[in-house]
Design a protein around this ligand. Structure first.
Ligand code: ATP
Ligand code: MG
Length: 704
């Protein structure tokens, strides 16, 4: 390719970043400023000008998805097949296999999941709240930071970790895990990096060969590098003065979202200080998003002390962001599905649209609502619901295909509830904490399984004596997500984490609620800061339209919980209000002042109304006697059907019924939580109970 063509459409700064002969190079820039574009063009440019032989280029990133994106962009530039691009892990594995072969060693087998071995090693010690996935996460953190079992306690204390087991027990488990793995001749994913570091450090000839092979190193998303990866990079480059390897890294400190996992963003921040003679290029124009979206992004990121200001927008004005709250998470999913269907028109493909949420479990409701609306979807990251390993194994545990599914689901619901401290008779009017007590990846898995139970309830409402096979078939028909083919035109569903580095014209951010954004287990200031950056990453994926939403009520397993908007919702509202006022702020100072004024106006308005719409509880004025009659009926109906009571109706629905006291079928259907299927099945019973129940003597007995 003609090298000058590779500079087409670049700003002067970007062109400088592509062409600078300096080494190492560090490109520091905000979201959507063209970092990945510059990185890939630099590779192509070096190849085109002959200053780099493509066979000696290594392009690195951290996740498989990011590696795919890098590969896709290199393909467009015509160099994909000639350079090696992939994740640190994939490349380390390839080199290690080479080293094992060179040394006549039998390659160890790869231990793909730590959790199984850890579960066996602990034998359930620590109680049901200690989840193997959390133990695995803690060991991964230690290994990412090159902390060995002996050093674990001190390192964990210094980093303010809250390990799933007391630190001495965690250290001892970590040691036993390492011993057991070695005894079996296995390595885990973290070992791939650590063992390669060891091989490169001890085997001079091997190291020299690798350094000769890969002389030009490029790393995208460098803010997420962890200490082992940084060390590996250093080994690949060799120690000065011998190092002839050139290195180009790009990253954005505001998008560091993996510190919880052991990443070390200071590697990027201090790059220039550590690397004598480094060329640092700063890009500050944004080519992805409308000025309106960037204003929201700047507001999210700059609410913390010392944060960045506005990126300069290079895209034309777009619409104001949409902010909506819904009664329930089901309404939210359906509302988003409707909005998505409305947006699909000539010029807007399904793949121009994405729904992003904080956790994988939240995506299921969207997979379903979009499936019902006939919209093709593709799930990124954690994978489509039915492909998730925990879902697959849970479905197997429900029993043989011909077995009735209700018993298995009830068992699963009970097992899921066990680790969570819960009142004996949860009342919807109580303010139940919004998330499971367990934390981290285990909480995510629990939430996914709770979704499965919930889907099970919906299935049983249609087919009370349905079988496991029937349930699986119904799930497949309901969730209809596309297999992950790059070419398929489908709406993308992804977590905030999995969306990093990607972009869509229209983005829906859903579930912006306290407990999710920020996630409930982010308790320290650092953890909350990381959550804020994560929201910034999510917002900056949008090019033209940004839709934000939350639900006032969410069903978590068997419980329906009241929700509050994310603490950052108000910031987004304030940004929208400033934008709606019309005239653009003249600079960051004025923007901040106007935001502050909007924020206090919003707070004032909320305070004046004592309890805003956000706090209104459906069923708050339920008649207690009618509610008692409905609960008694539900107990009998559940027993007769052999299902848990909540499968018949949630407490919220009963309370809404006891409040509205409908007397006709149509009125029944207007009650939230009561769809046509349940109205068909239980409508007559309910109307009879409601007609027979004696309302309380005076309305003042209703809670209020
Ligand atoms: P992120 O921080 O999200 O990873 P990034 O800095 O890597 O973003 P890119 O993805 O490279 O940004 O670029 C964002 C979008 O802007 C892409 O669609 C890219 O093609 C486009 N873009 C970048 N530079 C220019 C330019 N000079 N002219 C037009 N479009 C550009
Ligand atoms: Mg990028």
């Amino acid at each position: 390719m003609d090298p000058s063509a590779l500079l087409d459409g670049l700003t002067e700064r970007q062109a400088e970043a592509v062409t600078t002969p300096g080494a190492p190079v560090c490109i520091l820039a905000g979201a959507g400023s063209g970092k990945t574009r510059v990185l890939t063009r630099r590779i192509a440019y070096r190849v085109a000008t002959g200053s780099a032989d493509p066979r000696h280029v290594l392009a690195l990133t951290f996740t498989r998805k990011a590696a795919m994106e890098l590969g896709r962009r290199l393909e467009v530039l015509g160099v994909r097949d000639r350079v090696v691009a992939g994740t640190f892990h994939a490349l380390a594995y390839a080199q290690l296999r080479q080293w094992w072969a060179d040394n006549d060693r039998r390659p160890p087998t790869l231990l793909e999941r730590k959790a199984g071995m850890l579960a066996r090693l602990t034998g359930g010690a620590g109680g049901p709240r200690v989840q193997p996935a959390d133990l695995a996460g803690e060991i991964e953190w230690a290994k990412a930071r090159m902390v060995e079992p002996e050093g674990y306690e001190a390192a964990a204390a210094a980093a303010g970790r809250q390990p799933p087991l007391p630190a001495p027990a965690m250290a001892s488990l970590y040691q036993r895990y390492e011993d057991e793995k070695r005894r079996r001749g296995q390595v885990d994913f973290d070992d791939l990096l650590l063992d390669l570091v060891a091989a490169l450090s001890s085997d001079h000839a091997f190291a020299t060969a690798q350094r000769w092979r890969y002389r030009h190193l490029f790393v995208d998303e460098f803010q997420d590098v962890n200490p082992v990866q940084a060390r590996l990079l250093a080994c690949w480059r060799g120690a000065p003065p011998d190092t002839s390897t050139d290195l180009c890294v790009v990253g954005d400190p505001n998008q560091a979202i993996y510190s919880w996992n052991g990443a070390d963003p200071t590697q990027l921040q201090h790059f220039a200080r550590r690397e004598a003679g480094a060329t640092v290029v700063v890009l500050d124009d944004n080519f992805r998003s409308s000025p309106q979206i960037l204003a929201v992004a700047a507001t999210v990121i700059s609410t913390g002390p010392g944060r960045g200001g506005l990126l300069r927008a290079r895209r034309p004005d777009g619409p104001l962001p949409w902010l909506r709250s819904f009664d329930t998470e089901v309404d939210e999913a359906r509302g988003v599905a409707r909005a998505i269907r409305d947006r699909h028109r000539p010029g807007t493909a399904w793949s121009d649209l994405a729904v992003l949420t904080r956790t994988n479990a939240q995506l299921v409701a969207f997979e379903r609502a979009l499936g019902e609306a006939g919209v093709p979807v593709r799930v990124r990251g954690g994978g489509a619901f039915l492909q998730r390993p925990e879902v697959k194994s849970a479905l197997r545990e429900l029993g043989p295909s011909s077995a009735r599914v209700d018993a298995g689901l009830a068992d699963m619901a009970i097992a899921l509830r066990r680790p969570v401290a819960e009142p004996a008779e949860p009342s919807l009017l109580d303010d139940i904490p919004p998330v499971p007590a367990a934390e981290g990846p285990a909480a995510e898995r629990l939430a996914v399984l709770e979704e499965l139970v919930r889907l099970g309830h919906d299935y049983l409402a249609l087919e009370a004596d349905g079988t496991v096979a029937g349930f699986v078939a119904w799930l497949g028909a309901t969730l209809r997500s596309e297999p992950p083919r790059a070419s398929a035109d489908a709406v993308e569903l992804a977590t905030f984490h999995a969306a990093k580095g990607l972009e869509w014209p229209v983005v829906f951010l859903a579930g912006l609620e306290r407990g999710l954004v920020p996630i409930s287990f982010a308790r320290t200031d650092d953890a909350r800061d990381e959550e804020r950056r994560l929201l910034y990453v999510a917002v900056t994926r949008a090019e033209r339209e940004l839709h934000c939403s939350w639900a006032r009520e969410r069903t978590v397993g068997a419980r329906t919980v009241r929700r509050q908007p994310s603490p950052w919702w108000e910031e987004i509202q304030a940004a929208r209000a400033v934008l709606a006022a019309g005239s653009a702020p003249s600079g960051p100072g004025e923007w901040r002042n106007r935001l502050a004024a909007e924020r206090s106006r919003l707070r004032g308005a909320r305070g004046g109304a004592s309890k805003g719409r956000d706090q209104v509880e459906v069923g708050r004025h339920a008649d207690p006697e009618v509610l008692a009659a409905l609960k008694a009926w539900r107990t009998a109906a559940a027993r007769a059907g052999g299902v848990p009571a909540f499968v018949v109706f949630h407490d919220t629905t009963l309370a809404a019924l006891a409040e509205a006291r409908p007397s006709t079928r149509d009125a029944l259907l207007a009650v939230p939580g009561l769809g046509p299927v349940k109205a068909e099945r239980y409508g007559d019973d309910l109307l009879a109970v409601l007609a027979g129940a004696r309302p309380a003597a005076t309305p003042s007995r209703a809670r209020g």
